[in-house]
Design a protein around this ligand. Sequence first.
Ligand code: HEC
Ligand code: HEC
Ligand code: HEC
Ligand code: HEC
Ligand code: HEC
Ligand code: HEC
Length: 363
Amino acid sequence: MKKTLFILFACCATIMFMSCEGPMGLPGADGLDGLDGSDGTPGVDGNVTCLTCHSTGTIQDIKEQFQQSVHRSGHVAVDYAGARASCARCHSSEGFIEFATNGSVEENISSPSAWECKTCHTIHETFEETNFASILRLADPISFIFDATVIADFGNSNLCANCHQQRRAEPNTASPGTNFEITSTHYGPHSGLQSNVLYGAGLAEIAGSMSYQTAGSGDHMTTASCTGCHMAPYGNGQGGHTWNPALDACNSCHGASETNFDYGGVQTTVQAQLDEIRDTLLARGVVAEGIDTLWVLDEETGLHVQEITSDGYHPVPGTYPMEDVQAFFNWTGLEDDRSLGVHNPKYVKAILTNTLEALKAPK
Ligand code: HEC
Ligand code: HEC
Ligand code: HEC
Ligand code: HEC
Ligand code: HEC
Ligand code: HEC
């Protein structure tokens, strides 16, 4: 690393000196050399611009925050999905950079990596920019995958929204009708639909006693966006480049002094509503609990015994009334969102309240 830096510095310095004086003029008709040209614009001073980033503690501090993040470890999703062409735009550094550059990922990636600084920032493309927030790899408003006509502007968080969004439309727009056939145990919107929830578009908006706010008008979409909560100034292991949501951000914007994210019991209420939907769907056979059997060593007897564990819930392939499938879609989507309503409290409340009403309505 030190050596590469030195060589790069040396190259920059050479370019700097070479560009100081214009070339000599062509020989004139009298056979004598022409006058020297005027001096060119001086090159950028390589050392100084490199050091504006490399000599500060900022990058070091951010690297330490970054080490704590799931983006850096990539432990859930990079290895398998990071390599597959259809998944890599969201699941590996190489895939995302290719998507950002060419608009698609053409081939599988042989050894995908987790996020690096250059995954999100276009560092080293010019050597002058020091404001990292303005060298984000994808900064434009996004057009959602579930419906490309829905275009949303999350500001700096457009970067995040490229990946943190659902991949499938809700059943009644994907395939309108009174029944819907679930064909796979993987059916659903796909994990990580936080930008849909924040924006308020993409879940199944079943009609009911609560009305849905206009998409894009949610309280946190217009005030905080992803970075406002997840990249607030670093402190207590939260915010900055850890991407853990920062309680300080909630409290300072709300003028509150809460000790957790369960403002006004919203998360508790949402979790209870989600559980009620799940239990109804379990009773109707739309959802089943996955069972895994593990062989574990019994310390006392020294024998391996079979232990039965839950492997989470999955949908059961089959044909069901549309509203049951919509309920499943909303339930699994909001479980995967994992903010328990915080991303968009009013939208989530309307979705869950109307979903429960539809499930309970006599058929
Ligand atoms: C806009 C800020 C910025 C500027 C300007 C900048 N760098 Fe970097 N550089 C980074 C970041 C961020 C990293 C990745 C973090 C790390 O490895 O420290 C990096 C990494 C590097 C690395 C390690 C290899 C790599 O690519 O990851 C080298 C070598 C390097 N920079 C050389 C230079 C040289 C030489 C210059 C000046 C010509 C320069 N940098 C200017 C931000 C910058
Ligand atoms: C290239 C796609 C991509 C981009 C860009 C991206 N993320 Fe992620 N993010 C992911 C994936 C995939 C995971 C899960 C990684 C894993 O588990 O291996 C993740 C994980 C996370 C987590 C941690 C979840 C956990 O399990 O703890 C948070 C929080 C998060 N992202 C927020 C953000 C925010 C905020 C931004 C924008 C500043 C952002 N992400 C940008 C794809 C992305
Ligand atoms: C997942 C995407 C992502 C990755 C990976 C990432 N950044 Fe950032 N970074 C951002 C975003 C988005 C912002 C703007 C935050 C805002 O607007 O508040 C930012 C802001 C910054 C800033 C300016 C604000 C500040 O906190 O000082 C610096 C410096 C920076 N990043 C450096 C780095 C370095 C160094 C790395 C690698 C160790 C890195 N970033 C990795 C997304 C990323
Ligand atoms: C549009 C972006 C996007 C695409 C395309 C995508 N994913 Fe993901 N996926 C995500 C995000 C974001 C997360 C992390 C969500 C979080 O941490 O909340 C995730 C999470 C996951 C997880 C872990 C979550 C869990 O439920 O345990 C798996 C496994 C996964 N994806 C597999 C895949 C596969 C396989 C493909 C391709 C067939 C794929 N993904 C395509 C964005 C995407
Ligand atoms: C109002 C603040 C706020 C905004 C805005 C926000 N988040 Fe969150 N986010 C949270 C909170 C709070 C949680 C749940 C933390 C908990 O209860 O442990 C969360 C959870 C998550 C998780 C799951 C993390 C985990 O550890 O399980 C991901 C991923 C995520 N948010 C990504 C995003 C993305 C991407 C955006 C923008 C589209 C966004 N968030 C906008 C506050 C916010
Ligand atoms: C940048 C400002 C900002 C930040 C940061 C922010 N909020 Fe909010 N939040 C608002 C605004 C504005 C409203 C709508 C007005 C109100 O209800 O207070 C709101 C509404 C809410 C509501 C709905 C209240 C209701 O009953 O309808 C909850 C819950 C909430 N926020 C929780 C959080 C949590 C938890 C965090 C941190 C993870 C957070 N907020 C971060 C600005 C913010």
